[in-house]
Design a protein around this ligand. Structure first.
Ligand code: GLA
Length: 738
C-alpha cells in the first residue's frame, strides 16, 4: 500500500495490491481525476490520461486556448459554472449572491492511519499501519475558504474512503448549499446501477438499471436514510456476476437525508456522487467555522458482487462496528412484540420468557408498551417511566426475575419521539420539530423531538441512563418509527433552518455516543419500523439492526439477500415468528423459517409456549445448532450462490476464513411438478480438501465426502434433497467440514 506524490507531474497515486486511484493537479490548479480501478503500475506521470480538445458549444478556461475545458475533464470535486455544466459536488452562496468558486491546490499531508471524523461515524484503524491517508488542501482566496479533501486507502482491502471539509477563514459568512462527500468521474458509462430500494416491510430489494445519458439517482428527504432507498450504490459492468467482473460500491456512512446519483454526460462520462441531500440542506459558515461532510466508503472489486460484499462485510464488522460486542457471538434473543403487542403484564412476560429460557434462548427483550400510558400507539412516548400497573416491580424487578432464570434482559425504547398524549408533550409542546403557525402532521400518532436542542438531548440522556443504571439491562432496541415533516426548529443552535435535518442527525450521534460510552457492555440494536434506518452510520453505534418488520421467510430471502450486498450477517437481526405471518399472512414451515433466520443475528419473535411439543423440540435443536455454528455464520465469508434458476431457488453460503467448514442453504420458493435435476455449485472451498457433507435434520447418520473442487464445479444434485420435500417454501441446509 502506498500513497505517492509525484512532484514533477503533480500527481497523487493511491494504491495497494488490488486498486489504484490517481489524482492530478489541473492547469487551473483544481484537481482532476485520472484513474480509479484495478491496480496499475506506478509511473512518474499519468498526465496522458487527461485528454482535451476543441468541441463546439464548449467553454474554455484560458484565454486563447481551446483545449482545457472542465466540461471535458474528469474531476475530483467539481464545481458548477466555470466551464462545467454538470451537477457539482459543492455550492457556496456568497454575500454578493455569486455561487462561483475556485478551489486550487495549496498543499497536502500524508500520514499513516486514519483520523477520526468530528461528530460523525467513520471506519477506523486499530493499528496505524492498516491504512494510509492523504489530505489535499485547496484554497479559494476570493471566498476566504479552504477545502480539505480526505482519502484513506486500506492496506489489505480494496477500500478507499473519502470525505470533504470546509473551513471559513476570512471575509463574510457564506451559505453552504451543497457539500457532497465524494464525486467520481468514470471515463465511460457502460455500467449498470444497482440500488437497494423498497418500502416498509420490503426493504432493500435489489434493483438494477442501465446507465443512460442524464441523471439517475436515489435519495432520501425523509429525515432518515429510509426504507425506500439505502444509502448504497453499486456500479457494475453489465456482464459482472456475483463471482466475476468489475464492481464499484459506494456506501455513505450517514443516517439522514442523502442523495446518490450518477450523471452521464454528453461525452459518455459517468459522474457518481454521494452525500447529504442538497435540497434539504443549507449550512451557514461564519469566519473560524468548519463543516465536515460524512464519509463515503468506496470498494472496488474485480471478483464480482460477492467479492465486493465480502470486503464491506469485513470492514464494517471489524472497522466500523465497535466496542465490547463487536467480535462477540450475538445472543439468541426472544422478543415479545409479535406475541403480545401492548397487551401484557408481568406474569405474561415472565411466562413467555420462561418458555424461551427452557428451550435455550439467551436474551429476553421486552418491547414497546412498558412505560407511561402506553397501552396503544396513541399515548406514552416520551414518558420513560415504568408503568407499574403492568410491571409492579418496575424494570429493575422484572430484569432481576429474568436474569435469575438464566437469561439476559433487554429493553425497547423509542427516545426520539413523543405522543401528544404524554406528560412530556404537555410539559414541552415546543420540543417537537414543527413550523410555527402551521399544523404538524402526525405519523403513527407521534411527533419527532427536536434533537438539535441541547435540553431535549439532555432529557433523553438522563432518562435512558437512569434506566440503564438502575436495572440489569444487557441490550437496548432503539427504535424510530416516523419520518420528519414540517422540519423547523426553535432551537438557538440552528442559525438557519436548512441546518435542522443534519443537526438532528449530529444530535442523534452525540446522544448515542454518550450512551454507548457510558454503557459499553450493553448491546444496542437499531430499528426504525424495521429497516428504515439500516445504514453504516447506525452500525457505528449499534452493531446490529432490526432488518425488517417483515419476518416472512420468503420475503426475508429478498430482504436479507439485498441487505447482504453491503452489510455483514452479524448485524442483521433475523427472527422466527409465528404463522400465518403477521405481515404477509403466509404459512411457511418452521424449518424453512429457521433456515432463513439463522443467516443473521438470530432470535424468536413469538410466544414459544404456543408451539406443539414437536415444534418445541425443533426449536431446541435450532438453538443448539445456532450456538454451535454462529461464529461461522456471523464471521464467515458469505456468498450469494448464483445459478440459472433464480426464480425457483435462492441459495446462500458461509465459509470459514480457513475454509475448514461451511454452511450452505438452498431455498425452493414454489414447488414444481415433474422436477428437473438441478445442481447447486458451491463457492469458496479448498479445491483439494475433502468435505463431509451433512444435511441439516437428516435422519441418516452417514455423511458423504466430496472434494471442494467437485462441490464447486459439479455441484450438489438438488433433486436428491428436494425430491422428498412436498409443497412450497422448502429449504435444505448442509454443514460441510473438511
Ligand atoms: C416498530 C418495530 C417493531 C416493534 C414496534 C413497537 O414497528 O419495528 O419491531 O418494536 O415498533 O411499537
Amino acid at each position: 500500500m502506498a500513497i505517492i506524490f509525484h512532484e514533477e507531474s503533480r500527481e497523487f497515486h493511491l494504491f495497494n495490491d488490488e486498486v489504484s486511484y490517481i489524482i492530478g493537479i489541473l492547469p487551473n490548479g483544481q484537481l482532476g481525476q485520472l484513474y480509479y480501478g484495478r491496480r496499475i503500475q506506478d509511473r512518474d506521470s499519468f498526465s496522458h490520461l487527461r485528454e482535451g480538445g476543441k468541441r463546439s458549444l464548449a467553454a474554455y478556461v484560458f484565454e486563447g486556448d481551446t483545449d482545457f475545458s472542465l466540461a471535458h475533464t474528469r474531476q475530483e470535486y467539481p464545481s458548477y459554472g466555470t466551464t462545467d455544466f454538470r451537477y457539482p459536488a459543492l455550492g457556496i452562496e456568497q454575500e454578493n449572491g455569486s455561487r462561483i468558486s475556485n478551489f486550487q491546490y495549496s498543499h497536502h499531508f500524508l500520514f499513516n492511519g486514519k483520523k477520526k471524523l468530528e461528530g460523525l461515524p467513520a471506519v477506523y484503524v486499530e493499528d496505524e499501519h492498516e491504512a494510509q491517508s492523504l489530505e489535499i488542501i485547496l484554497g479559494d482566496a476570493e471566498l476566504g475558504m479552504r477545502l480539505v479533501l480526505s482519502y484513506t486507502i486500506y492496506e489489505n482491502m480494496p477500500v478507499i474512503v473519502r470525505s470533504a471539509k470546509y473551513l471559513k477563514d476570512t471575509g463574510k459568512p457564506v451559505l453552504l448549499e451543497r457539500a457532497m462527500s465524494m464525486s467520481v468521474d468514470f471515463s465511460d458509462y457502460d455500467y449498470e446501477m444497482v440500488q437497494f430500494s423498497g418500502a416498509w416491510a420490503r426493504e432493500r430489494h435489489k434493483r438494477v438499471r442501465r446507465l443512460e445519458q442524464g441523471v439517475q439517482s436515489i435519495h432520501s428527504m425523509r429525515g432518515a436514510s429510509s426504507a425506500e432507498h439505502n444509502p448504497f450504490l453499486i456500479l457494475k459492468r453489465p456482464d459482472t456476476t456475483e463471482d466475476l467482473g468489475e464492481a464499484y460500491g459506494f456506501s455513505l456512512v450517514y443516517s439522514g437525508n442523502f442523495l446518490a446519483q450518477v450523471e452521464v454526460d454528453t461525452h459518455g462520462v459517468a459522474r457518481a456522487m454521494m452525500g447529504i441531500h442538497p435540497d434539504t440542506f443549507e449550512w451557514k459558515l461564519e469566519v473560524g467555522e468548519t463543516f465536515q461532510t460524512p464519509e463515503v466508503v468506496m470498494v472496488y472489486s474485480y471478483d464480482g458482487l460477492n467479492g465486493m460484499s465480502q470486503v464491506y462485510h469485513k470492514l464494517y464488522r471489524t472497522r466500523l462496528a465497535r466496542g465490547y460486542w463487536r467480535d462477540k457471538a450475538r445472543p439468541i434473543l426472544l422478543n415479545n412484540w409479535e406475541a403480545t403487542e401492548f397487551d401484557f403484564d408481568e406474569n405474561k412476560i415472565l411466562q413467555i420468557a420462561e418458555g424461551g429460557q427452557k428451550l435455550g434462548c439467551e436474551l429476553f427483550v421486552l418491547d414497546d408498551g412498558w412505560f407511561g400510558a402506553r397501552n396503544n400507539d396513541h399515548a406514552g412516548l416520551g414518558d420513560w417511566y415504568v408503568n407499574r400497573e403492568k410491571l409492579p416491580d418496575g424494570i429493575t424487578g422484572l430484569a432481576k426475575k429474568i436474569t435469575k432464570m438464566g437469561m439476559q434482559f433487554g429493553l425497547w425504547i423509542e427516545p426520539e419521539m413523543v405522543n401528544k398524549d404524554s406528560d412530556l408533550y404537555r410539559m414541552h409542546p415546543d420540543w417537537i420539530l414543527h413550523t410555527p403557525n402551521r399544523s404538524s402532521s402526525h405519523s403513527r400518532n407521534q411527533y419527532t423531538l427536536d434533537l438539535t436542542r441541547y435540553e431535549v438531548r439532555e432529557y433523553i440522556y438522563e432518562r435512558i441512563s437512569s434506566i440503564l443504571s438502575q436495572a440489569d439491562i444487557s441490550y437496548i432496541k432503539w427504535d424510530m418509527n416516523r419520518y420528519m415533516t414540517e422540519c423547523y426548529s426553535l432551537g438557538k443552535e440552528n442559525r438557519c433552518q436548512g441546518e435542522v435535518t443534519h443537526r438532528y442527525i449530529l444530535g442523534l450521534y452525540e446522544l448515542y455516543e454518550r450512551l454507548v460510552t457510558q454503557f459499553p457492555d450493553v448491546l444496542f440494536e437499531s430499528c426504525a419500523s424495521g429497516g428504515a434506518r439500516f445504514d453504516p452510520g447506525m452500525l457505528y453505534f449499534a452493531p446490529q439492526a432490526w432488518t425488517s418488520d417483515d419476518t416472512d421467510a420468503v420475503e426475508r430471502l429478498k430482504i436479507q439477500s439485498g441487505t447482504s450486498y453491503c452489510y455483514p450477517l452479524s448485524c442483521m437481526g433475523a427472527h422466527i415468528s409465528a404463522v400465518p405471518n403477521q405481515q404477509m399472512g403466509r404459512m411457511t414451515p418452521l424449518d424453512t423459517r429457521f433456515q432463513v433466520a439463522c443467516y443473521g443475528a438470530f432470535g424468536y419473535e413469538l410466544d414459544l409456549n404456543q408451539l406443539s411439543d414437536a415444534e418445541k423440540e425443533a426449536v431446541k435443536t435450532q438453538i443448539e445448532f445456532v450456538k454451535g455454528h454462529r461464529e461461522l455464520i456471523q464471521k464467515g465469508i458469505f456468498y450469494r450462490l448464483e445459478h440459472p434458476y433464480q426464480d425457483k431457488y435462492v441459495a446462500w453460503m458461509c465459509v470459514s476464513e480457513d475454509k475448514k467448514e461451511a454452511l450452505v442453504s438452498c431455498y425452493r420458493i414454489l414447488n414444481e411438478a415433474n422436477q428437473g435435476f438441478e445442481r447447486l455449485k458451491l463457492r469458496g472451498l479448498e479445491e483439494n480438501s475433502s468435505y463431509q457433507l451433512c444435511e441439516w435434520l437428516s435422519a441418516e447418520d452417514k455423511t458423504d465426502s466430496y472434494s471442494g473442487a467437485e462441490l464447486m464445479y459439479a455441484g450438489i444434485g438438488l433433486s436428491k434433497y428436494f425430491g422428498k420435500k412436498v409443497g412450497d417454501f422448502q429449504a435444505a441446509t448442509w454443514y460441510l467440514k473438511a
